[in-house]
Design a protein around this ligand. Structure first.
Ligand SMILES: [Mg+2]
Length: 230
């Protein structure tokens, strides 16, 4: 039987995908699952062993199985889109490796959590957008957006676009990417974020949850293993 999984995608870059991915991974690990973690390509770090990298954080959340380089088999240093970061090093994103790199995790895991790069329609290689890789993996999407003004519109656009591409969306997470209360952003008021989450849920008939800034594990409410195979 195929190993179930989730593909963590964002409405944009810097919306809190890694925080959400690691929090989902920890929730699954706490539930006794063997979790595989995968980042097909990363930019902004020259090595998956860098403790600040997405790959290292995913590896740590999953209980340090295998090695960080198995989490992300290709990293490029420039903090720009992966194909551009690769070109800056005279290299190219290895498209077959993006797909085959996942295989190390499938046979040893009850579920895999894959984190995309950038937003759903961001370029991930010379020829592919993130959405193309998501389709290839065929895992339900978790759409992540930052809990800040505009979340309803950004989230509905991303979910509708994903569905128009034939992808299944499992859930939406609004991620507080900055500590609350230290600016005049309306979402610093937690009730605004809760109202936005409720409106999104009503409009797309999906579970929507909120991850607080600094929270390391998802709040109870969504069974992530169940939505991965639904
Ligand atoms: Mg990330």
């Amino acid at each position: 039987m195929a190993t179930p999984g989730l593909f963590i995608s964002g409405t944009d870059t810097d919306v809190g995908k890694t925080a959400v991915a690691t929090a989902i991974v920890r929730a699954l690990v706490a539930g006794g699952r063997r979790v595989g973690v995968y980042k097909p390509v990363a930019s902004g770090f020259s090595s998956a062993a860098d403790e600040r990298s997405d790959a290292w954080r995913l590896w740590d959340a999953a209980g340090r199985r295998l090695a960080p380089e198995k989490v992300c088999p290709q990293s490029f240093a420039a903090p720009i889109a992966p194909p551009a970061a690769a070109r800056a090093e005279g290299r190219r994103v290895d498209e077959p490796l993006m797909r085959t790199g996942l295989e190390a995790w499938l046979s040893i895991s009850d579920i895999v959590v894959v984190e995309g790069a950038g937003g759903l329609f961001s370029p991930i290689s010379e020829t592919m957008l993130v959405v193309d890789l998501a389709r290839a993996f065929a895992f339900p999407l978790v759409v992540v957006d930052a809990a800040r003004l505009g979340a309803i519109g950004r989230t509905l656009a991303a979910v509708r676009a994903a569905r128009a591409e034939g992808l299944k969306v499992a859930a939406v997470v609004l991620s507080h990417t900055v500590p609350g209360g230290d600016d005049d952003e309306p979402f610093a008021d937690r009730s605004i974020a809760r109202e936005a989450a409720a409106e999104i849920a009503a409009r797309i008939s999906l579970p929507v949850t909120i991850l607080d800034h600094g929270a390391s594990v998802m709040p109870h409410g969504i069974d992530w293993a169940a939505v991965s195979s639904a």
